[in-house]
Design a protein around this ligand. Sequence first.
Ligand SMILES: [Zn+2]
Length: 198
Amino acid sequence: MSKQVLLLNQHDLPLNVLKMKKAFNLIYKEKAEMVKEIPNSEFYHNGQRFSYPSVIRMKYFVNITKKQSLGDCYTKLNVWKRDKGKCQYCGKKMSSNKFTVDHVKPKMLGGKTKWDNIVTACFRCNNLKDSKPLDANGKVTVKDENGKNRTISLRRKPITPDQAETIEQSIIHRFKTLEKVLNKEWMSFISPKKSPKK
Ligand SMILES: [Zn+2]
């Protein structure tokens, strides 16, 4: 039996995955309600019938965008997601476990680790660019491995993504991944098409 419980927000978007004990606690304190039970999981306690939950829903709306500041959702992986996994210099697609992030304005020149100064980069471009700044046109000419000149240019100016969208996407992505390994019953609850349009 899965010991994980999917917690939905009041408007039915996935909010978290909880341990069974925590899920029971939320139901017991009447903060959450049962949405889906684990089939054939009834048990009796003090003469009362209970079932193990598979999915529960908050009775009130939890505002995740207020709870998490932008600083919290700025992660290397979220930069990769914003850039759709592509090196922002050469366009090469990279998997989420094999990429680097590059400070457009190098750290040693005062570049900050912020959304608008960080881009996804492949190892080669990151190495070639090293700690050189880009010119006014967003370009820098470097020597490649063979000593030839190569111009590296930034494909797009990095921007701060919509905060709510990033959190929501990352939650949906997380649950989709989790669902694959854990619980097929969750699929209908975590499908992005269920998301209310903003
Ligand atoms: Zn590259």
